[in-house]
Each structure stands twice: as C-alpha cells, then as structure tokens.
Design a protein around this ligand. Structure first.
Ligand code: 6LW
Length: 506
C-alpha cells in the first residue's frame, strides 16, 4: 500500500488552512514578523506541496513596524474559495487587527486589505446557502459580515466554547449534510493542544458537542509528533475527508526541545455516526487516491532568475534599495540597512530550516562589508557566521549574552560559508558540555542532541549546541530560519544551497 510521510510541509509552517478548487488544493500558513507574509502552497494530492507565492507581498498589505515584536505580526490565516474568488483572512496583531484579501488566482495578485473591526485572532469564513458570510474568531465568536466592505452586520456573539481547555481558538465552520460543524482547537498550541467538534443546524447554533471530544490530541503521550492541533478540514474529489493541522517534532529529554517550530501535517478523517474522527497523527499514513509527486526542490539558488523565489523571507520589511538581482547579474547583492542582527531594521534574506539535518552553504563576496549566514529564531537568539575585515568569525547571541566564540583569518575575495545542522536520533544518554570539549575548534566534540557546525572556506570554526535556538529557550510561535545578511556596507551572494538530509522521499 502506498503511504505518505508526515510532516507534509516541514519547518516553521504553523496554523495551516486548506481549500480545494476542482482537483487543486491551496494551503496557507502563519508568518508572524516575516515579510513577505502568508506563504501559499499548491498541491494536487494533499501530500506534495509547492510554494507558489506569498499572499501578502507588498507593504500596502503588510506593515510590520520595528515595534512589531518577534512572533507578533501575522497570526493564523484561513483560505477559502467562494463564488470564483479566493479569500485569505488573517490578523496582523501588530498593526490593524483582522483583515481579508481576495484574488482571482491563488498566485495573486491579492487585493489590498479589507479591514474588519472585530477583536481576537484566528478568523475564518463560511458562506451559507443564502449567501450570508459568517466569520468566526478565537473565543470562539461568531459574526456575520459583508466580505466586500468588512462591515459587521450581526454579532459578534460567543458560541460553543469547547470542552474546557485553555485558548479555544482556530474555529472553522463546515456545512456538511445539513449540519454546521464547528471544528475548534483548545488546550494551547503547546503539548496540551487538542481538536474538538460540535454541530448545529444553523451557524448561530445552538451547538451540541460531539460524543467523543477531543477528536484528536497527542497530549500526555510519548508520540514523536506532539502539539497536534489548529486543524482545518477538506473533502477530496473522491469524497474522502482529510485534516490538515499543525504539530511539532520535539527531540531530547526532559524537557524536550523543538528547533523547527510548528509544522504542517496531514491525517485521514472518517465519519462515524455523523461525526468526524481523526488521528492519531503518524509519521506514515495510507496515501490519498490522487498521487502527484513533485520533483525535489533544487538544492541551489543561483540567483539567475528574474525574481526571488517565494521561499525567501526578510524580517519585518524589505526596503527597496536594500537588495538587487541586477546590480551584479546572477548574484543577490545586499546592502546594509541596520548595524546589527540584534535589533530590527537589518538586511536579512532567509528560508525556513525544514529538516532536522541539513546543510546550508553560500558563496559570498563581502565587497567590503560585514556579512554572513545566520541561523535565527529572533533578534535575541541567533548564531552567525560572519566575514569582515579579513576575518571569519562565529557569534552566538543567546538572550542577553553575545559572544564571539571563534575567529580565523581568511583570504580576501569570495568565500564559501557552510552551516551544518544536525539533530541526533537516537538520542545520546548524556550531553558533554562545551567546556569538556578540549582543544580545537570551539565546541567540537560537545555533541549534544542538537548541533550546528560553522565552516568558512572548508575549515570548521565552531560547533555549537543547537538547543539554545529552540522554542523552549527563545519562546514564541516561529521556528528556525537560516539566511544571508549584511550589517555593514554591502555583499553579494553568488549562490545559496539548502540540502535537507534526513528525509526519505514521501
Ligand atoms: C494561533 C493560534 C495558535 O493564533 O497559535 O496553534 C497562534 N494555534 O490559533 C499563533 O500561531
């Protein structure tokens, strides 16, 4: 029997929402303080996804001022298709609140925001047969709106609050077989996460809870996939139902730690006596009937195309003039906009770390400037491999501490920088501390359950404990992003490689 492998979209891709149009599926995720925002993916089988763009790709749609804290910005989006139009509704918690944008084609262009004067997060849309548009938010609350103007026509009112878990959120309404099903997540987005269900004859309720709630949770289990929740449902053309949801893959012991953030998973749904039943979420499940594999994504971005690939994200904004693909053709040239990665306003082009084991390399001409590769969770948690003034150095920023942990001279001119992330599995019973590592490059031999190694020109400079760049240390809703930066002058990058090495093909 053919199976597929979870997660279906690895790395920091939380709060997934999915819709189907004919035989095509479209999926969006949260993006928080990153610009452009709300990555959008396409699939023909729910398993193989390709990013086709970013819904919020211009400042008129997404403003993230310097005060927008890490894990602020864009929270959970919902994508729906109604009457020939795509709708994406989300919340900018740092500027403006709830809004929706529309598009005729999922790759865009998407409209400017239609603002909706309602509090709370996790907005979702559903239409009834009369054409009325129902909006739900965390709480959960229900309102009727005019999606063209954003005007609130009725409500908001509280609806079924779940089974008592904290943060009843991510409500989605589905009209199936004469019932309105309310799918809800509760218990918080960490290890207590759960998905519950209720139904009513009208979106206004009253809602009766399902006979077995939660319908899906991994709380309190030793399952390798944890934090499962924030779910959306979709029906395939063959009538089978599927749930898309977030989960995490923690590693290590007491406490576990997660470095990739919350990822996107897929699980089959059965209907039993008129109620959906799903889970647990396994690493492998029997595949959907449709099967449309995609070629593996290219390891190398040569920066030879006319535009940037959609995987590249910057922090808060991407000012014109801070980057160019034409200044030195075939290269990504970056100009510094701020002097440090420790504060907002710097020039950074990164992509999500999607595998526990991966190798990232870039060919850099520092031109002369201060530039390099950074593995980041936020301004206060990043490791940098930096080139400046004839020297390559490794800098660790962990909370209030900032330390140059290794440096060595390098020849002038282009240089290849390499970052190698590894998570040990099976886990070692003990962790050697960096202090015990002895002579040689910093940290080498201090192999904890998660390491990040930094090399310049093929020479290893340092190997650091990756757990400091985890959700448990940094807190927040994101995951690791690895990318190129410049904090002084300018630099050009000839190419950037990202190779995930821990995945079997799906
Ligand atoms: C999101 C909430 C959640 O708004 O985390 O897992 C919050 N669920 O629904 C941020 O991603």
């Amino acid at each position: 029997m053919r199976t597929y492998r979870n997660p279906v979209i690895g790395g920091f891709h939380p709060d997934p929402s999915v819709c189907r149009v004919g035989e095509d599926y479209y999926l969006v995720c949260s993006s928080f303080e990153y610009f452009p925002g709300v990555p959008i993916f396409h699939s023909r089988d729910l398993v193989h996804w390709r990013q086709i763009g970013n819904v919020l790709d211009r400042p008129s749609q997404l403003r993230l001022p310097p005060e927008a804290v890490a894990s602020g910005g864009i929270f959970a989006p919902t994508i729906r298709h109604h009457d020939g139009l795509f709708y994406m509704i989300t919340t900018n918690v740092s500027e403006g609140g709830n809004f929706l944008v529309t598009a005729e084609r999922p790759e865009g262009p998407w409209s400017d925001p239609v603002w909706i004067d309602l509090p709370r997060v996790d907005p979702s849309l559903a239409w009834d047969d009369a054409g009325d548009c129902w909006l739900t938010t965390s709480g959960p609350r229900l309102a009727r709106i005019d999606p063209a103007s954003g005007e609130v026509l009725e409500g908001p009112v509280d609806i079924w609050p779940g089974t008592g878990g904290k943060y009843p959120e991510a409500p989605h309404l589905f009209h199936v077989g004469g019932w309105w099903y309310l799918l809800l997540s509760e218990g918080g987005t960490e290890r207590g996460h759960a998905v519950s269900i209720a139904r009513a004859r009208s979106p206004r309720g009253p809602f009766e809870p399902g006979p077995v709630n939660p319908i899906l949770t991994h709380r309190g289990t030793p399952r390798p996939i944890q934090s499962t929740g924030h779910a959306d449902l979709v029906c395939a053309p063959d009538g089978t139902w599927w749930m898309i949801l977030l989960g995490a893959r923690p590693r290590g012991y007491s406490p576990e730690f997660q470095v990739l953030g919350r990822e996107t998973f897929l699980v089959p749904v059965e209907w039993v006596d008129g109620w959906p039943v799903a889970g647990p979420v396994e690493e492998r499940h029997p595949a959907p009937a449709a099967w449309h594999p995609l070629p593996p994504p290219p390891v190398r971005d040569d920066f030879d195309g006319p535009g940037l690939a959609p995987c590249w994200i910057s922090v808060r904004s991407r000012p014109d003039g801070s980057w160019s693909l034409t200044e030195r053709p075939g290269r990504l040239t970056l100009h510094a906009t701020g002097p440090t990665l420790d504060r907002p306003g710097h020039t950074f082009f990164g992509r999500r770390q999607q595998h526990h084991d991966c190798r990232v390399s870039a060919r850099l001409d520092p031109d002369p400037g201060r530039a390099g590769l950074s593995v980041r969770l936020d301004e206060a948690h990043h490791y940098d491999l930096e080139v400046s003034g004839g020297e390559a150095s490794v800098i660790a920023r962990i909370g209030p501490l900032r330390q140059v942990v290794a440096r060595r001279p390098v020849d002038p001119g282009p240089l290849t920088l390499t970052v190698h992330c590894r998570t040990a599995d099976p886990l070692p019973p003990s962790v050697t501390s960096a202090a015990e590592a002895g002579a040689g490059p910093v940290g080498v031999g201090a192999r904890g359950p998660d390491t990040i190694a930094f090399s310049a020109g093929g020479v290893l400079l340092a190997e650091l404990d990756g757990r400091y760049l985890s959700t448990e240390v940094a807190t927040g809703f994101t995951g690791r992003v690895i990318g190129m930066y410049v904090t002084e002058g300018s630099a050009s990058f000839d190419w950037f490689d990202y190779e995930g090495t821990d995945d079997e093909p799906v």
